[in-house]
Design a protein around this ligand. Structure first.
Ligand SMILES: [Zn+2]
Length: 202
């Protein structure tokens, strides 16, 4: 049978869950909380064992299931991202969820609802725009993402190096996805990174 998300006790009782929902609802990406179903434990247990997952989502039916209730904020955000409407199908479901879950929870914890959906970071932000946003937030001009990583972190991630360990000449779609994922993870404790990502969502 399942329960409506809007009526589930932990969703009603803890504002962070509702803020996570609100952040992901931006741009009408999510259905109303009344039409999202939280499956009961027994309804999802078998499917979850097959997938070895702490939760799962069935986007076509608007259903989510959690191994543990209340779920952790990250797991909740992850499964709701699976329910959200995507503008591109070349990003990959798990990439959307894994890359953005931390940013969504960080925004919710800080009570921020951006004007544009966080999902758009993986959909229409160009490498040039991202680099520009990082430069503005850090108050210095980064020549490349390699320059950003060396200046700020003192190392270059492997996906920004070619086979001869030289900086890649062009940042393609795959590297952009990873950049968004790393920056989303970092946004939890790095205000400048958070500001850069937020400027792309304003
Ligand atoms: Zn997933």
């Amino acid at each position: 049978m399942g329960r409506r998300l809007s009526g589930v006790w932990w969703f009603r009782g803890d504002p962070i869950y509702r803020r996570i929902y609100r952040v992901l609802r931006v741009g009408r990406r999510l259905p109303s909380a009344r039409s999202i179903t939280v499956l009961d434990y027994d309804e999802g247990k078998e499917a979850a064992e097959r997938r070895r997952a702490a939760g799962f989502a069935v986007p076509s039916k608007g259903e989510v299931w959690f191994d543990d209730e209340p779920p952790s904020y990250l797991v909740f955000a992850h499964e709701l991202i699976h329910l959200a409407r995507k503008a591109r199908d070349d990003v990959g479901e798990e990439m959307y969820a894994n890359a953005l879950q931390r940013l969504v929870v960080t925004l919710a914890a800080r009570g921020i609802v951006p004007r544009r959906s966080p999902l758009s970071l993986l959909e229409d932000v160009t490498p040039g725009q991202l680099l520009e946003a990082l430069s503005a937030a850090f108050g210095r001009r980064f020549r490349s993402f390699n320059d950003f990583y060396v200046s700020v972190h003192g190392f270059e991630p492997a996906f920004l190096l070619d086979r001869d360990l030289r900086p890649v000449s062009r940042v393609g779609r795959e590297a952009m996805k990873l950049l968004i994922m790393y920056l989303s993870d970092e946004s939890e404790f790095n205000m400048k990174v958070l500001r850069a990502l937020l400027s792309l969502l304003s």
